[in-house]
Design a protein around this ligand. Structure first.
Ligand code: XUL
Ligand code: CO
Length: 437
């Protein structure tokens, strides 16, 4: 096959002094940080849909991106050729993983059976390319939001047939993920929500969503897929409100329906901010509740209220994220998937490289900064000391469940007033953080 990116060589690490825009300045795959190579810390992945299916069109304008390898048809041959282009890109960038929706890689057929067949034809080439390059699938997923049949949702549709169709599509997508040796499978409920409560039975829809996930868990066991299941929270867009709105809502849902041992979170930075949280908050909440799994890395725009899916370049964001990810002990099945697209005006193939290099370097810097903070231990020491009253006497008794309201009333009546509070030193800590950046 003719190279799709003939002028681009494998992207190398050239160090912080390099002025070469097509080189890593901070991401050095073999560099060891906290006992692990950067490559193993990040398990970087590219999103097939943004890199190779998103032409840059928006509500107001047509696609702009040049994809000279694409013949513009929905043929299997074109889809298979696109896979080879994608792997040339992944390889040149030094990515270890990629992610795709079923309909990203293969065209939808006139019938479900035809769609399955189309997918099989393309999976053959995905498998070949995985074997040739050693690049693996981070997670699989099914597109349950683009086709008009899902206008009312998929697992939460008022039309039971839409539920059944979605189940058949997900069953096939899990089979394909197993066949490709994928590490996980993600459920993103893009249309699992509502536009109007006037036409919605919310309780019934959520029961159906839980049924759907239980069926997926059963099917996973039945076919012997051992990868991790994830839910990807997002509060809105495309619907007005999605049930998986943030990590806390997902956690409550998973607990209510007895699913908490089966699904972890795939946390996307821009979805966190759409939910009114920071990326850091969502990661911390997941870690605190034992459901941290994987990351969709990107960023939003303070001036815009939608999912802009820009490439992450904010060092504060990546530092905060890496502080939590390191605290969590790093990824196991998960990884860092760039769910991000180039700007509409960045229309040339080389822009895909610039975008990913920037994201990988921003996370490498975040990792190095977070590791330096952890090594010095100033922040951790501050937090430990802040909670010192819980390490002995009354605090320890409360934590151990040795006392109740009766004992605490007696204690406080005798003591009269609480021990003096200490300052939270918010500004001092922010200043300390800045010294590492
Ligand atoms: C949409 C989004 C999805 C999921 C996978 O906002 O993030 O692409 O990551 O379906
Ligand atoms: Co995502």
């Amino acid at each position: 096959m003719k190279a799709a990116f003939p002028d681009i060589k494998k992207i190398a690490y050239e160090g912080p002094n390099s002025k070469n825009p097509l080189a890593f300045k901070h991401y050095n795959p073999q560099e060891v940080v906290e006992g692990k190579t950067m490559k193993d810390h990040f398990r970087f992945s590219a999103a097939y849909w943004h890199c190779f299916r998103n032409g840059g069109g928006d509500q107001f304008g047509q696609p702009t991106r040049l994809m000279p390898w694409d013949d513009g048809t929905d043929s299997i041959a074109n889809a298979q050729n696109r896979v080879r282009v994608a792997f040339e890109f992944f390889e040149k960038l030094g990515l270890e993983f990629y992610c795709f929706h079923d309909r990203d890689v293969a065209p939808e057929g006139k019938t479900l059976a035809q769609s399955h067949k189309n997918l099989d034809e393309v999976v053959k080439v995905l498998k070949e390319e995985q074997q040739r390059t050693g690049i693996k699938q981070l997670w699989g997923t099914a597109c349950l939001f683009a086709h008009p049949r899902y206008m009312h949702g998929a697992a939460t549709s008022c039309n039971a047939d839409a539920f059944a169709y979605a189940a058949a599509q997900v069953a096939k997508a899990i089979e394909v993920t197993r066949e490709l040796g994928g590490s996980g499978y993600t459920f993103w409920g893009g249309r699992e929500g509502y536009k109007s409560l006037l036409n919605t039975d919310m309780g019934r829809e959520m029961d159906h969503l839980a049924k759907f996930l239980h069926m997926a868990v059963d099917y996973k066991k039945k076919i012997g897929f051992t990868g991790q299941f994830y839910i990807e929270p997002k509060p809105k867009e495309p619907t007005k409100h999605q049930y998986d709105s943030d990590v806390a809502a997902c956690f409550a849902f998973l607990q209510k329906y007895g699913l908490v041992n089966h699904l972890k979170m795939n946390i996307e930075a821009n979805h966190a901010t759409l939910a009114g949280h920071s990326f850091h908050h969502e990661l911390e909440f997941a870690l605190a509740n034992g459901i941290f799994g994987s990351v969709d890395a990107n960023r939003g725009d303070l001036m815009l209220g939608w999912d802009t899916d820009q490439f992450p370049t904010d060092i504060y964001d990546t530092t905060y994220a890496m502080l939590t990810i390191l605290k969590a002990g790093g990824f196991t099945t998960g990884g860092l998937n760039f769910d991000a697209h180039v700007a509409r005006e960045s229309f040339e193939p080389v822009d895909l490289f610039h975008a990913h290099i920037g994201g990988m370097d921003a996370f490498a810097r975040g990792l190095k900064i977070a590791a330096a903070i952890r090594k010095d231990g100033v922040m951790a020491k501050f937090v430990k000391e802040r909670y010192a009253s819980w390490d002995s006497s009354i605090g320890a008794d409360i934590e151990k469940g040795k006392v109740g309201f009766t004992e605490l009333s007696k204690y406080m009546l005798e003591k009269g007033e609480i021990s003096p509070n200490a300052s939270g030193r918010v500004e001092m800590l922010e200043n300390i953080l800045n010294e590492y950046i």
